[in-house]
Ligand binder design. Structure first.
Ligand code: GAF
Length: 394
C-alpha cells in the first residue's frame, strides 16, 4: 500500500513537473488511544503514528521557487523563498507557508524545490492529515538544506504553522506523533515538558479499529478554538485563585469546585473533563502496560461520555455509532477520537468479533444516517522518514 502511494506520487511528480523526483519522504497520521484535548492543558496523551501517510516526491532546483503539486486536490502553488509569506486563500497551502515562515523566523535559509504530494490519510477524519503535511514539509526542508533542526523543533514548527497560518490553536500531540512515532509503540507524552516514553501496546487478542463517520470537520470552523477559549477562561480564574499551582494538571477537584461560581458553568464543565481525562490517561497507560484490556476499555468509554457531555465535542452520528458499537459482543471500548465534531471513533474489539461488529455497525449507521461508514484497520508505525532511494519500486 505504501508502494502504491509512492508510485502514485512519483508519477504525479513526473506528469506535473516533467522530470524525475530525487527523494521521497513519508509523513504518517496518528491515532490517539486516550488523552483528548489535554495536550494544550499540561496533560499526558497516548498517541501513535499509523500506516497512513502523506508522501512527498521532491527535487532540488537551482532557482528560488518552491513549487507544490497537490495531487489529491489537483492543484498547485508556488512561492519565492526570498519573500516574506502571509496566509493565502488556498487553505492547503497555508499549512506549508506557515512552516516556511516559522523556519524563516529561525533565520534558516532554504532554496528552490519541486514537490508533489498525495495522501492515504483521510482528510477531516481526526487522523491528523494537517500535522503530517506540516511536519513532512519541515522534515524534508531540514534534510535537504541541512537546517540542523531536531525532531522536537520540527514538531513545534508544525504546531506553529497551524496556529499562525491555519488559525487553529492546537496542542502538540498530532505533530509530535507524526515526527516521533515508532513501529508497534505507543507514545506516552507529557505535553508540558515534551518528555516521552514508548511502550508496546499490549492488547493481545484485541484490535484497535477506526470507524469513520464520514462527518467531516475542519478545526478552523468547528468549535475547537472555542473549547480552547473556555478552558483558558477557566484556567485564568484557577490561576488567580491558587497562584501556588503551576501546572493545570496539579489543580485538585476541590480547587475547581471552589472556583466554580466565579468561572461559570461552561468553563467549569470543560476543566472538570480535562482534569478527569488527565487522570484517565495515567490509568490507561498502566492498564496497557499490564495488559489489563478490560479496564482500558472502560476508560475509553468514560472518555467518550466526557467528550460528549462535558467537553461537548461529539455529534449525533458519533454518539450513535459509539452507543451501537458498545452493544456488540466482543467490544470493550469505543469513543470519538481526535478533536471531535465528526471524524472517527476508535474501538477496542476482540479479534474474532471484528468482522461481525464492522458488518453490524455499517448496516445500522447506514439505516440511521444513510451514510456509508469507512473502516480503517491501522498498524502502529514509524514516524516521518525518508524512503530509501534504492527501495523505491518503479
Ligand atoms: C486535534 C488537535 F490538533 C490536537 O492538538 C488535540 O488537541 C486533539 O485535537 C484533541 O485531543 O487533533
Amino acid at each position: 500500500m505504501q508502494d502504491n502511494l509512492i508510485n502514485h506520487t512519483k508519477n504525479s511528480f513526473r506528469a506535473f513537473f516533467q522530470s524525475e523526483p530525487e527523494r521521497i519522504f513519508l509523513a504518517p497520521g496518528r491515532i490517539n488511544i486516550i488523552g483528548e484535548h489535554v495536550d494544550y492543558s499540561d496533560g499526558f496523551v497516548l498517541p501513535a503514528a499509523i500506516d497512513k501517510y502523506i508522501c512527498f516526491a521532491v527535487k532540488k532546483t537551482e532557482d528560488a521557487e518552491i513549487s507544490f503539486f497537490a495531487k489529491d486536490f489537483n492543484d498547485s502553488f508556488s512561492f519565492d523563498v526570498h519573500e516574506k509569506q502571509i496566509p493565502v486563500s488556498k487553505i492547503w497551502a497555508n499549512y506549508l507557508l506557515g512552516v516556511f515562515n516559522a523556519i524563516q523566523e529561525l533565520g534558516k535559509e532554504v532554496g528552490g524545490l519541486q514537490i508533489a504530494f498525495s495522501s492515504t490519510i483521510p482528510m477531516g477524519s481526526g487522523l491528523s492529515s494537517s500535522a503530517a503535511l506540516e511536519c513532512g514539509f519541515a522534515y524534508l526542508l531540514n534534510e535537504i538544506f541541512d537546517l540542523h533542526l531536531n525532531k522536537k523543533e520540527i514538531a513545534v514548527i508544525g504546531q506553529k504553522s497551524e496556529h499562525t497560518f491555519a488559525g487553529v490553536k492546537c496542542g502538540i500531540m498530532d505533530q509530535f506523533s507524526s515526527v516521533f512515532g515508532k513501529e508497534h509503540q505507543v507514545i506516552m507524552l507529557d505535553c508540558n515538558s515534551l518528555e516521552h516514553q514508548y511502550f508496546e501496546a499490549n492488547i493481545d487478542g484485541y484490535s484497535l479499529v477506526l470507524f469513520d463517520s464520514c462527518v467531516k470537520h475542519t478545526h478552523l470552523t468547528s468549535g475547537y478554538n472555542d473549547r480552547r477559549r473556555d478552558v483558558d477562561n477557566g484556567k485564568k480564574i484557577l490561576g488567580e485563585k491558587f497562584p501556588e499551582v503551576n501546572k493545570f494538571r496539579d489543580f485538585s477537584f476541590e480547587m475547581l469546585d471552589e472556583a466554580r461560581s466565579e468561572m461559570g458553568e461552561v468553563p467549569y464543565k470543560r476543566c472538570f473533563y480535562l482534569l478527569k481525562e488527565i487522570k484517565r490517561v495515567e490509568k490507561a497507560a498502566k492498564a496497557l502496560s499490564e495488559g489489563n484490556i478490560e479496564y482500558l476499555g472502560e476508560l475509553l468509554n468514560e472518555t467518550h461520555t466526557g467528550l460528549s457531555t462535558e467537553f461537548e465535542v461529539s455529534c449525533d452520528e458519533l454518539d450513535f455509532m459509539v452507543e451501537q458499537t458498545l452493544k456488540e459482543e466482543g467490544v470493550l471500548g469505543a469513543r470519538i477520537m481526535g478533536g471531535g465534531f465528526g471524524g472517527c471513533s476508535i474501538n477496542l474489539i476482540k479479534d474474532e468479533k471484528v468482522n461481525r461488529v464492522i458488518e453490524n455497525i455499517t448496516d445500522l449507521y447506514k439505516q440511521a444516517y444513510n451514510i456509508d461508514m469507512k473502516v480503517y484497520k491501522v498498524k502502529i508505525s514509524d514516524g516521518i522518514n525518508e524512503y530509501q532511494r534504492n527501495e523505491i519500486v518503479i
